[in-house]
Design a protein around this ligand. Structure first.
Ligand code: NZQ
Ligand code: ZN
Length: 382
C-alpha cells in the first residue's frame, strides 16, 4: 500500500431535509451570500428556499444564475465582478458539478492576484505553468446532482470557449467550509442527468481501480463498494425517482467516490482527460463522455494488463455487460451515437496531447498511453 498525506476539511451535513440547516451554516460564514447556480429554473425551488433560510438568519443574498454545463471561464469572470460589486462574504454553489465548480472558481477569482483567471488552470500537463489560487472566499456547497464529488474535494473543472479547452484548478483553498447533502434535492433530476451523474461517479473510482496501486485490500474494496452501490441503486431511482433510500445511497456514493477516500496515494484520471476533449471539441456532456470512453478503455487494456479488468469482470460484471448496463440506463456508449466518426479521431488525440500529455509525450496512466494507443482506444469506442 502506498504512503499518502490526506487532508479534507469539509464539514458534511448529510440527510433528507438537511437543506433547512443552510441558513444557520451560511450565517457562520458571513452576512452576504453570493449564490451561484443555473438560470433556467431546474433548481428554482431550492434557490427560493435558500433565500428564505438565509433571510431568517439575517444573511443577505445575491444570486448569479448564469451557470451552464462545463462552466466557461468567461462566465466565471462575470461572476467574480458581480461578487466583488456585491461585497460577498461567502459564495454558495447550488447544483451539479458545473454550479459547484463555478462557485469555487468565483470564490477564488475574487481574491486572485495573478492576472488572467485562466492562469489558475492546469491547461498543459507537459509544462505546468498554472498559478493556482492561494485564497478563496469561504464556500458553502449544496449539490443537487450526485456525480462529481466537487462538494468535498479541492478541484474545479472549467472550460475556455476561446481555446476549446477544458481542464482543472486544483488548490487547497477550493475545499468548501461546509457541504449540505440533501438527497431530496435530487428527486427532480431527469433520468438522463441521474444516469450520467451515476456513470461519472463510477468512473472516478474505476479510473483508480484499474490504474492505481495493485496491492491495497481496503482501497480496492472501497472502490468496488462505490461501484456496487451505484450499480444497485441507479436502476431503482430510474424506476422510482423519489426512492429516498436509493437517492441517498447514490448521493453518498458519488461524494465518497471523489473525496480522496478511495484514492489516497493514487491520482489517475486518464479517461477523464479523454472525456474532457470529447466535451470541449464535440459538446458531449461529462457523464456521456465517460460512458463512451470506459468500455473501450477497458476492452483495450484488458489484453495488456488483465488483472484489474478480470477482477472487475468477476466482482462487478463482464465489460460487455457493463456497456449494456450503461446503455440500458439511457446513456450513449459509442462515439457514433454522438455523431463523432473515425475522421474525428486525430483531432481528439491532438486535443488530449495538447492539454494532458506529460513531458514524456504520453498520457499518464498505468501503463502510459501513447498517441497511437489512444487512437486505437477511440476506434473501439466508435
Ligand atoms: O440545464 P438545466 O436544465 O438547468 O439542468 C441542470 C444542469 O444543467 C440539471 N440539474 C442539476 N440538478 C438538478 C437538475 N435538474 C433537475 N433537478 C436537479 N436537482 O443537470 C444539468 C447538468 O448539471 P451539471 O452541473 O453540468 O452536471 P454534473 O454534476 O454532471 O457536473 C458536470 C461538471 O462537473 C465537472 C465536469 O467536467 C463538468 O464540467 N467535474 C467536476 C469534478 C470536480 N470538481 O471534482 C470532477 C468530475 O470528474 C467532473 O470533471
Ligand atoms: Zn468525472
Amino acid at each position: 500500500m502506498n504512503g499518502f498525506t490526506y487532508h479534507n476539511p469539509v464539514k458534511v451535513v448529510f440527510g433528507a431535509g438537511t437543506l433547512v440547516q443552510a441558513g444557520a451554516e451560511g450565517a457562520k460564514l458571513g452576512k452576504r451570500a453570493f449564490v451561484v447556480s443555473y438560470g433556467d429554473g431546474s433548481v428554482a425551488g431550492t434557490l427560493a428556499r435558500l433565500k428564505e433560510l438565509f433571510a431568517a438568519e439575517g444573511v443577505e443574498t445575491q444570486e448569479f444564475l448564469e451557470v451552464v454545463p462545463n462552466p466557461p471561464i468567461e462566465m466565471v469572470a462575470r461572476g467574480v465582478e458581480a461578487a466583488k460589486t456585491f461585497g460577498a462574504d461567502f459564495v454558495v454553489g447550488v447544483g451539479g458539478g458545473s454550479a459547484m465548480d463555478a462557485a469555487k472558481a468565483v470564490a477564488a477569482g475574487v481574491l486572485y492576484t495573478h492576472g488572467d483567471l485562466w492562469n489558475m488552470v492546469y491547461a498543459s500537463h507537459s509544462h505546468v505553468t498554472a498559478q493556482p489560487p492561494e485564497k478563496a472566499l469561504p464556500l458553502l456547497l449544496i449539490p443537487t446532482l450526485p456525480a462529481t464529488g466537487s462538494e468535498m474535494n479541492m478541484c474545479s473543472v472549467v472550460s475556455s470557449t476561446e481555446r476549446r479547452q477544458k481542464s482543472y484548478i486544483w488548490a487547497d483553498c477550493l475545499f468548501a467550509r461546509t457541504a449540505i447533502l440533501d438527497p431530496e434535492l435530487t428527486y427532480s433530476l431527469p433520468p438522463f442527468q441521474t444516469a450520467c451523474g451515476a456513470i461519472d461517479a463510477i468512473s472516478h473510482v474505476l479510473e483508480i481501480f484499474v490504474n492505481g496501486q495493485p496491492k491495497s485490500d481496503l482501497l480496492h474494496e472501497f472502490q468496488l463498494g462505490v461501484i456496487r452501490t451505484i450499480v444497485k441503486n441507479l436502476p431503482i431511482v430510474l424506476e422510482n425517482p423519489t426512492d429516498a433510500d436509493a437517492r441517498a445511497e447514490l448521493m453518498w456514493a458519488a461524494t465518497c467516490g471523489l473525496n480522496g477516500w478511495a484514492s489516497p496515494g493514487d491520482a489517475w484520471t486518464p479517461m477523464h482527460q479523454v472525456g474532457h476533449v470529447l466535451t470541449s471539441r464535440h459538446g458531449i456532456n461529462h457523464g456521456s463522455s465517460l460512458a463512451i470512453v470506459m468500455p473501450a478503455w477497458m476492452t483495450y487494456h484488458k489484453k495488456i494488463k488483465p488483472a484489474p479488468y478480470e477482477r472487475f469482470e468477476r466482482e462487478i460484471m463482464p465489460i460487455a455487460d457493463f456497456k449494456a448496463f450503461i446503455r440500458k440506463c439511457g446513456v450513449p456508449v459509442t462515439l457514433s451515437e454522438k455523431g463523432v466518426g473515425e475522421a474525428d479521431i486525430p483531432g481528439i488525440v491532438e486535443g488530449v496531447k495538447t492539454v494532458s500529455f506529460n513531458a514524456d509525450g504520453v498520457l499518464a496512466s498505468n501503463p502510459p498511453v501513447t498517441a497511437e494507443a489512444l487512437a486505437e482506444i477511440l476506434k473501439l469506442a466508435l
